[in-house]
Design a binder for this molecule. Structure first.
Ligand SMILES: *Cc1c(COP(=O)(O)O)cnc(C)c1O
Ligand code: SF4
Length: 440
């Protein structure tokens, strides 16, 4: 039996039966916030994941539905006023665009990661760390539902000049042949698992040819296990999808599914557990990651439960991220020392099998920076940090220090400790120009 995906957006969410129980305030918030931030949910999320009896603080509702606090008051009021006045579409669109541009739609200098070849910008490719290339297949630039915290939101909101997408695999293939240090290709989006098996196979099969023997691992970043596990069990081409996974492994590649789970509630249904089993039976591994989000998963117990459950199901905890500095960040962000505190209190109560996870980690312009902790060194309170990944691989794993700041929520708010003017990696470093890929 196939299972039909029904998606809901601002245009049709009122036909969701459970919506009738929401307060007028919550409906207003959906109408207002949903104009600015991407909003899309579906029948699996609504019927299987959200607990409609506790809707005021249900984490999965918060994950896919707009809530009032997700926009700053002044932005909220501006949109509400236009809606109340019955403003025309053009006026509304202009305001919405203005607000979106204030929400840092393209964080962490992602434009620095787009490589060039023969003077052609490879728009669907990002290459930041020498061993791994990110590929954004143009047909995977959507998701089965949208996360309210998502930093990829410009890709979904019609701000298409910011859309990293590429139509042809042939350019990717040429690029990989010229860059033989690359071992991993990471398919990302959006969610590549929104593509049909046939389309996904057309992208992947190229990489299974013998000239790509340098590519050891194919990774697929996906939220489908959480938002639409039927992708692996009950879609009309699920069987073919699992076969494709088997073929990748038969061709001698690792297949790593990078699954996004934000809360243990996403791991509890029969359907997700069944999907995980099916994927693992192909020989693929599932690694898990999530940002740390106020109002969704900001308690150590939640993380400990999530990691334990993942390990029970045969998944490998991989990254805990700090929420990105974009979109509705104010609603989700936590000070860095709070992030560390949650991480360590979760980490210390789980077995070593769960401690494959690394974090809390910030994906910034120079690299992935982990908060190792807060310490006092000769009377100065400092953050101890290190690169988990760096634009320059030589930076990786060297501890360094920033002045303690109880309010900082992102790396760019931190200053070097001990009166230094620059962090060690900034000394003598030119920031890369747009399109410049530097593996120094
Ligand atoms: C995180 C990330 C990767 C993959 O890093 P791993 O630590 O190998 O998982 C690759 N490219 C970019 C731009 C990233 O942010
Ligand atoms: S699944 Fe990933 S890309 Fe899609 S909305 Fe959520 S965070 Fe964004």
């Amino acid at each position: 039996m196939t299972k039909q995906l029904k998606t809901y957006t601002l245009h049709n969410y009122k036909s969701i039966p459970q919506i009738a129980n929401l307060s007028d305030e919550m409906i207003e918030a959906i109408e207002v916030v949903g104009r600015v931030l991407p909003f899309k949910t579906n029948n699996y999320v609504i019927d299987e994941l959200i607990d409609w009896t506790q809707i005021d603080d249900d984490p999965i509702f918060t994950l896919t539905f707009p809530r009032k606090g997700m926009l700053e008051k002044k932005h909220y009021n501006a949109v509400k006023k236009l809606l109340d006045q019955g403003a025309d579409q053009a006026t509304l669109n202009k305001k919405v665009h203005e607000i979106r541009m204030e929400l840092n739609p393209n964080p962490a200098g992602q434009e620095h990661n787009v490589p060039e070849m023969n003077n052609i910008k490879l728009k669907g490719v990002q290459h930041k760390y020498s061993e791994t290339v990110l590929f954004f297949p143009s047909q995977g630039q959507t998701c089965h539902a949208y996360c309210s915290f998502c930093f990829r939101w410009p890709q979904f909101s019609g701000m298409s000049n910011l859309k990293f997408a590429m139509k042809e695999t042939s350019l990717l293939a040429q690029y990989l042949l010229r860059n033989n240090k690359v071992t991993d290709v990471l398919f990302t989006g959006g969610d590549p698992m929104t593509m049909s098996t046939q389309v996904l196979a057309s992208y992947i099969n190229v990489l299974l040819r013998s000239e790509f023997r340098n590519i050891h691992t194919i990774r697929i970043g996906t939220k489908a296990l959480s938002y639409w596990p039927y992708r692996f069990t009950k879609d009309k081409d699920s069987k073919e999808l699992l076969k494709l996974f088997e073929q990748i492994i038969k061709a001698g590649k690792n297949l790593a599914i990078q699954a996004h789970f934000n809360h243990p509630a996403e791991l509890k249904t029969f359907e997700v557990q069944h999907a995980i089993k099916q994927i693992r039976a192909t020989g693929a591994q599932i690694r898990t990651q999530s940002p740390l989000l106020k109002n969704i998963n900001d308690k150590p117990e939640i993380w400990a439960e999530m990691w334990r459950k993942q390990v029970d199901l045969g998944c490998i905890p991989y990254y805990m991220f700090v929420a990105r500095d974009t979109g509705s960040k104010r609603y989700f962000e936590l000070p860095l020392d709070k992030c560390w505190d949650i991480f360590r209190k979760a980490y210390r109560q789980v077995s070593g099998l769960c401690r494959t996870v690394r974090g809390p980690s910030m994906s910034c312009e120079p690299g992935k920076i982990q908060v190792l902790g807060v310490q006092e060194v000769k009377g100065e309170k400092v953050y101890v940090l290190r690169f988990l990944q760096g634009r320059n691989a030589k930076w990786v794993d060297i501890p360094f220090f920033a002045k303690y700041d109880p309010e900082a929520t992102w790396f760019d708010q931190l200053e070097p400790a001990f009166g230094e003017e620059k962090f060690f990696f900034e000394k003598g470093r030119k920031k890369p120009k747009a399109n410049e890929i530097l593996f120094e």
